[in-house]
Design a protein around this ligand. Structure first.
Ligand code: ADP
Ligand code: MG
Length: 263
């Protein structure tokens, strides 16, 4: 791999000067504005920021689900811009796991079949015991034959986590994965995600609005108006909440400033 010196060799995901704009020249929304950031292998990062600050766009670009307008993204040693759709699809299927707020399970399939789906989509016959093992990791070995509708919200999200982990991805992305759960269940699911990912030497990048959830991350990255404006390491929930409050104020101020010209 041809990595320039000083460019985080330990980073499993790296964004370099990433821009993502939507709309036309007259109707432009800048979702990501010159974002450069690295995520080290074996770490858990929480991404926070006001609604519309670019969190989902950041994740989608980093995961190869969306292409930036300019800038580059290196995932697991590969420059995404240089990949064909076919190679990108394969990379997504094999090296990336994604967990969404809506669990996105298929109601007609059993838990085991839902978890096995990414392997089947990748054309891999599930290795014997692979699905059982990952269900074991999320504490749902005894639910393999159940349908998603027979499980609680927290259990369904654990199935979605098992499905994200079954291909043994390098990185697991979560876009508000605990957003539909009550606070206690959200924390349980988050702890489980953190433990399973880190035990396997994987990396997690998770968007959350919950300062308590974020305080369990190694690092919290704050976005406002498409830019990374701050980060905290090992912060308490109080510190994270405090930072978020000021971020809201900051974003509102800059919204007011922009509103004059844009509307
Ligand atoms: P967040 O996840 O932090 O709420 P998003 O990344 O979803 O923010 O959105 C960032 C900005 O980009 C917002 O202003 C949003 O309206 C805009 N945006 C996101 N996706 C699209 C799209 N497909 N088309 C047009 N604008 C979009
Ligand atoms: Mg979002």
């Amino acid at each position: 791999m041809n990595t320039p010196p000083g460019h985080g060799l330990d980073d499993v995901v790296r964004l370099i000067r990433v821009h993502r704009a939507y709309g036309t020249e007259h109707n432009r929304v800048v979702a990501l504005d010159d974002v450069s950031i690295g995520f080290r292998r074996g770490t858990f990062t929480a991404v926070m920021g006001p609604s519309g600050s670019g969190k989902s766009t950041l994740l989608q670009c980093a995961a190869g689900l969306d292409r930036p307008t300019s800038g580059s993204i290196i995932l697991d040693g590969l420059e995404l811009a240089g990949l064909s759709e076919k190679k990108l699809t394969r990379l997504r299927r094999e090296r990336i796991g994604f967990v969404f707020q809506a669990f996105n399970l298929l109601p007609a399939l059993t838990v085991a079949d839902n978890v096995a789906l990414p392997l089947r989509l990748a054309g891999r016959r599930p290795e014997r015991g692979a699905v059982e093992r990952v269900l074991e990791r999320v504490g749902l070995a005894d639910r393999a034959a159940h349908r998603p509708g027979e499980l609680s919200g927290g259990q369904q999200q654990r199935v979605a986590i098992a499905r994200a982990l079954v291909t043994d991805p390098a990185v697991v992305f979560g876009d508000e994965p605990t957003g539909a759960l009550d606070t206690r269940t959200a924390l349980e699911v988050l702890r489980l995600l953190r433990e399973t990912v880190l035990d396997a030497g994987q990396t997690a990048i998770v968007v959350t609005h919950d300062p308590v959830v974020a305080s369990h991350a190694d690092r919290v990255v704050f976005l406002a108006d498409g830019r990374i404006v701050d980060e905290l390491r090992g912060a308490s929930a109080e510190t994270v909440a405090e930072r978020m409050t000021h971020l809201g104020a900051w974003a509102e101020q800059s919204d007011a400033r922009y509103a004059g010209g844009a509307v």
